[in-house]
Write a protein that binds this ligand. Structure first.
Ligand SMILES: [Zn+2]
Length: 343
């Protein structure tokens, strides 16, 4: 089969479009003929060698996969060859305390498809039968692939962790990122007032079209100052962050008393200072979040049926141009998800 792989960690030039063996499936696995695979920042971390001990080499990235079933293992029931499917990006045991209570990503055996396993930058991928969902009726392959990882992450952050409530105000950093474009929509669905940011004025209109109430340019404008102005000094109840170092101090300055900051990643770096006095006096909550559970993904997918949530596809590249696609993401040129089409 054709696949995009890297054999050693490094820059974009390490990505090679080449021939690879079609994966062999185990009895509880399914072989999926990939039709589309969306990029995530995780793919760039994997290639760069962050947590390199967890990445099998040579490596095929790609966590958000749609396609058709090509083969099923003997122990897989309820799925047929040719069925159009979406892959759940998290693999967990399904039976431990954490899995049983919806905290799948805390399972000891938790793995992300295409990060700690071989992924969807290829014509075929092997995944557990338990990770197969029918392709949502309203979505084609390209749009479906743009949904799972970022929407389950945004849902887990805003609903399960931060308990964002109707009438509250939330700051969503970087609406143009995949997870930001999902968070703006989920926050509106929950009845919150959404202030978001973009790094380029040309993205403002797109953020408003997603439902954001206010958009700030985080490069040319003073974010905490603008938030104070927009909220008449009240600031925001929840901060949705996936940037880390570059946004940390601004996030702290933007939170109202009893504010909750929820973070799922650190695209700008992971070190920040905390003035603990500020945290206890203002009674802030600082929350980590990592992916989300199977149940949360099923819940969030139900909102795509009636169009209350929609995938945001920035661009579609052929599989062979995966390096170009990752370059677009590294430069933050996208608004929403970048998708690889697999012919
Ligand atoms: Zn488990």
């Amino acid at each position: 089969m054709k696949a995009v792989r890297f054999h050693e960690f490094g820059g974009l030039e390490k990505l090679q479009y080449e021939d690879a063996l079609v994966p062999k499936i185990g009895p509880s696995e399914v072989l999926v003929r990939v039709r589309a695979c969306a990029l995530n920042h995780l793919d760039i971390w994997a290639r760069g060698g962050t947590r390199s001990d967890r990445i099998p080499l040579p490596h095929i990235s790609g966590s958000d996969i749609s396609g058709e079933i090509s083969e099923t293992g003997d122990l897989v029931h309820g799925h047929l060859k040719g069925e159009k499917v979406l892959v759940i990006p998290g693999i967990s045991c399904g039976t431990c305390d954490y899995c049983s209570n919806g905290w799948d990503s805390l399972c000891e055996s938790y793995k992300i498809v295409g990060y700690e396993t071989q992924g969807g930058y290829a014509e075929y991928v092997a995944v557990p039968g338990a990770n197969i969902l029918p392709l949502p009726d309203k979505l084609d392959f390209d749009h479906a692939a743009a949904v799972p990882l970022v929407f389950v992450t945004a849902w887990h952050m805003l609903v399960t962790r931060a308990h964002l409530a109707p009438g509250e105000t939330v700051l969503v950093w970087a609406a143009g990122s995949g997870v930001g474009s999902a968070a703006v929509q989920v926050a509106k669905l929950l009845g919150a007032r959404v202030i978001t940011t973009v790094g380029n004025d040309s993205k403002k209109e797109k953020a408003l079209n997603l439902g954001a109430d206010f958009v700030i340019n985080h490069h040319s404008q003073d974010v905490p100052g603008e938030i104070k102005r927009i909220t008449n000094g009240r600031k925001v109840n929840v901060v949705f962050d996936h940037v880390g170092e570059a946004t940390w101090e601004k996030s702290m300055k933007s939170m109202a008393p009893a504010g909750r900051l929820v973070n799922c990643g650190v695209t700008s770096g992971g070190k920040a200072e905390i003035d603990i006095r500020y945290v206890f006096v203002k009674q802030f909550s600082l929350m980590g979040s990592y992916m989300g559970g199977r149940g949360e993904l099923l819940k969030v997918l139900s909102f795509f049926e009636d169009g209350k949530l929609r995938p945001v596809v920035d661009s579609v590249f052929p599989l062979a141009e995966a390096a170009k696609a990752q370059e677009r993401m590294e430069r933050s040129e996208q608004f929403g998800k970048i998708v690889l089409k697999v012919p």
